[in-house]
Design a protein around this ligand. Structure first.
Ligand code: ZN
Ligand code: ZN
Ligand code: FE
Length: 765
């Protein structure tokens, strides 16, 4: 029997080869009808034998082009029209409404085959791409996603490329960045001053230069990388010196998984993550005795590695290198460079050469950073490849713009059941970053067609993102407490609603009482939170200075634990600090001068790391805690004593006995690894204890774990395991980072919930 069905597909289905896929499938099944883009995604009508239509629907759900992401799928019966032919119809003139833009995608297998095929017309063409791969988010200037609205507009397709582009059966049908040797972008090689050098094969020349130990700035998909041969300590040392980057690990890129296995341990899940089209940097345990320079990731157990994701990377690496350092082309914490002239200016004095091209990057996007922990992918930096794919929410949201925190800033826009987080914007501490922040806000509003009716920002009065919110006079602003935002982001990505017991553990966040919070136990949902417990307050001698100089925090903890009764000469790390510095800091603590109070767990980790002499001076954020975690080798059950006392209706965790325990073990000559493990166990124990007390008092048995401290694998794993053992439901992050990169999502859903409440006429606090 002949029937006809109409199918409405929404999700990421435009610009990803969905129509050609449907066209081929319908022809294969000998169905009549049509497919076209419309304002909701893709609409299809198929007519034919019932069985054939059944097969068509099944294969459509199961197959589909790799980039398509179907979020909903509605079908209904319509009257047959005796159509035998299947066609791709011109899109109806429609308002672009619910259109999801694809992220940037790594070069696909089909394109790679052509790239290395001497008989192919695109043999070795560094910008080969198709509907299934290539740049997207970083080249889109406006919507609808069409070539004239991308940075490809200045290249006119040659007849052959145009034919591919217009043929519905071709895998380059409507591939907007389609190009070839005849008509597309080209590479060129520049010297250190930015003047073009004669080169018949810039990639070959760059390979030779890198082998000689030179530093080359390479223009990629989302910005410039600085590259050196990762096996040459001399080259890596020079890069570190010039980039002013002392010890923070540098990412590396290798031609294939086999090469990565040479220097790091890769399990099956990690391999899957590596090979996904997003191509993130994946954190891996080092292989002992590996061939990479010790300077790539000094004093750290991990390498951050990635696979090539552009044709330029493939051409440069294959057959040439075990691994290249590929670190962001910027000066310490500034945003990554994207423009040729800007790069030549800002990277002058760092790069010896520049490998550039004439396809502009419209929006910068750093590499994403991930790891596998307990079998699941976890985000550390959600950026290229994942942006602008939304996080799907349980409840529809009003249109909100959330402006994030100060460090690792991202912004977030919500609409319907979607939250769109931006790429990693970085630390909003310099003008370059602030400009990038503003450009991203405007750009995302435009391409996502979202006009926010309210803003959300951090409670901190001095954050640039909060000041920006305040300057947008026409929109109401919800100021959200930092740790509440952490917990809300965790709830949102887990489709939970609360109330939960939220453990918000991080370095710094502005508290409601004006102190610096960071070891917080909250009872929270999207609407509100109550602080029900926290680490005891302690002075931070010198304010933010303690972050770079963890020994100050160690001194603060020692004074809290022993008062004047400790002998500074008996502890090894204290002998290494100048006596006059010690005296000044102790005086500050005693007099309370320039000593803001903090309940931060991050600072407790810093203090213990410094006391053990592991890291007394931090050259990058989180270094002391990371190195302390790195010391934990084998698991022991022991832990240090601590105190939990009620105070004004809150539970205060007093860790002074933990410090005494650490000092005691240190004096007895206990191994660092054992002390580090016992310290971690103590944090797990007191957290669990507080949760048990809170469950008893409030009857809540769901716990959310968020904040930068949960990037610590040992802490997350042990705490989550012990909570589950006691019957708690535990929510953790996997789609967005637990660190401040996820704050904007939490702010958005909190503001969304208060906007909704107001609309319904309820009073809000
Ligand atoms: Zn491709
Ligand atoms: Zn061409
Ligand atoms: Fe935080």
């Amino acid at each position: 029997m002949v029937i006809r069905r109409q199918i409405q597909v929404s999700g990421i289905v435009q610009g990803v080869g969905f129509r050609p896929f449907i066209y081929r499938l319908a022809r294969e099944k000998r169905l009549g009808g049509w497919v076209r883009n419309d304002s909701f995604g893709v609409c299809i009508e198929v007519e034919g034998e019932e069985g054939a239509i059944g097969d068509f629907l099944k294969e459509m759900r199961e197959g589909g082009p790799p980039l398509a992401q179907i979020t909903s799928f509605k079908e209904h019966e319509v009257t047959p029209k005796s159509e035998r032919k299947f066609v791709i119809e011109r899109s109806l003139a429609y308002e672009e409404r619910d259109i999801l833009i694809s992220p940037d995608v790594a070069t696909c297998e089909d394109c790679l085959k052509e790239l290395f095929d001497p008989k192919d017309r695109r043999h070795k063409y560094p910008f080969i791409n198709c509907t299934n791969c290539g740049p997207r988010y970083t080249i889109i200037q406006d919507i609808p996603y069409d070539r004239p609205k991308t940075t490809m507009k200045k290249f006119t397709m040659c007849p052959e490329c145009r034919q591919e582009y217009e043929d519905p059966a071709n895998r380059r049908f409507h591939a907007q960045p389609n190009a070839c040797w005849q008509c597309g972008p080209r590479l060129s090689l520049l010297d250190e001053k930015g003047s073009e050098l004669e080169s018949s094969d810039p990639i070959d020349d760059v390979a030779v230069l890198l082998k000689q130990g030179k530093i080359v700035a390479i223009k990629g998909l989302g910005g410039f990388h600085l590259a050196v041969d990762a096996t040459s300590s001399e080259a890596v040392a020079r890069l570190r010196k010039r980039k002013n980057r002392e010890e923070k690990p540098l990412a590396v890129m290798s031609p294939h998984i086999k090469a990565i296995e040479d220097y790091a341990l890769v399990n099956q899940r990690e391999q899957t993550l590596f090979e996904g089209y997003q191509r993130p940097i994946v954190l891996l345990r080092k292989r002992p005795g590996n061939a990479l320079s010790n300077l790539v990731s000094p004093r750290n157990d991990y390498f951050g590695a990635m696979l090539p994701y552009t044709p330029v990377h493939h051409l440069l690496l294959r057959g040439n290198f075990l691994a290249l350092v590929m670190t962001s082309g910027n000066i310490s914490e500034e945003p990554i460079c994207i423009d040729n002239l800007e790069a030549a200016r800002r990277l002058r004095g760092i790069a010896d050469f520049f490998l550039v091209h004439d396809r502009d990057i419209f929006l910068r996007s750093d590499d994403s950073v991930m790891r596998i922990a307990r079998g699941r992918p976890r985000q550390t930096r959600r950026s290229r490849g994942y942006i602008p794919t939304p996080i799907f929410l349980q409840e529809d949201q009003p249109e909100i713009l959330a402006l994030g925190a100060e460090l690792k800033n991202t912004i977030c826009l919500t609409k319907d059941d979607k939250a769109f987080l931006s790429q990693h914007i970085g630390d909003l501490k310099n003008l370059e970053a602030l400009n990038f922040f503003q450009k991203t806000v405007e750009h995302l509003k435009r391409i996502l067609q979202i006009s926010p009716r309210a803003l959300a920002a951090d409670l901190h009065p001095l954050y640039l993102s909060s000041q920006y919110a305040r300057s947008q006079k026409e929109l109401p602003v919800t100021f959200v407490q930092h740790h509440h935002a952490h917990i809300a982001s965790c709830l949102a990505e887990n489709a939970a609603t609360g109330p939960v017991i939220g453990l918000s553990f991080d370095g710094t966040g502005y508290g409601q009482d004006g102190t610096i919070w960071g070891g917080e136990f909250l009872i929270a949902d999207f609407k509100e939170f109550t602080r029900v417990g926290h680490l005891a307050y302690l002075p931070m001698p010198g304010g933010d200075k303690v972050i770079e100089e963890p020994w100050r925090m160690a001194l603060s903890y020692l004074y809290a634990a022993y008062g004047d009764g400790f002998d500074t000469k008996s502890i090894d790390f204290l002998r290494r600090i100048k006596p006059e510095h010690k005296t000044v800091v102790l005086q500050m603590i005693k007099a309370g001068i320039n000593c803001p109070l903090t309940s931060s767990l991050g600072r407790l980790f810093d203090a213990v790391s410094a006391i053990l002499g592991i890291c007394g001076r931090a050259t990058y954020e989180g270094q002391p805690a990371m190195e302390l975690e790195g010391k934990v080798s084998e698991r022991i059950e022991d832990y240090y004593d601590y105190e939990i006392r009620p105070e004004d209706g809150q539970l205060i965790v007093d860790p002074r006995k933990i410090i005494k325990g650490v000092i005691g073990d240190l004096m007895r000559g206990e191994e660092d690894s054992a002390i580090a493990c016992k310290f971690h166990n103590s944090v797990v124990r007191f957290s669990l204890d507080v949760c048990l007390k809170l469950r008893e008092a409030h009857g809540i048995s769901e716990v959310a774990l968020s904040g930068g401290c949960f990037q610590n694998n040992f802490l997350s794993a042990e705490l989550s395991r012990s909570l589950k053992e006691k019957g708690f439901v535990v929510y953790e992050h996997s789609q967005v980072p637990p660190n401040d990169g996820g704050i904007s999502l939490g702010q958005a859903v909190i503001a969304g919930s208060s906007v909704r409440t107001t609309r319904m006429g309820r009073r809000i606090k």
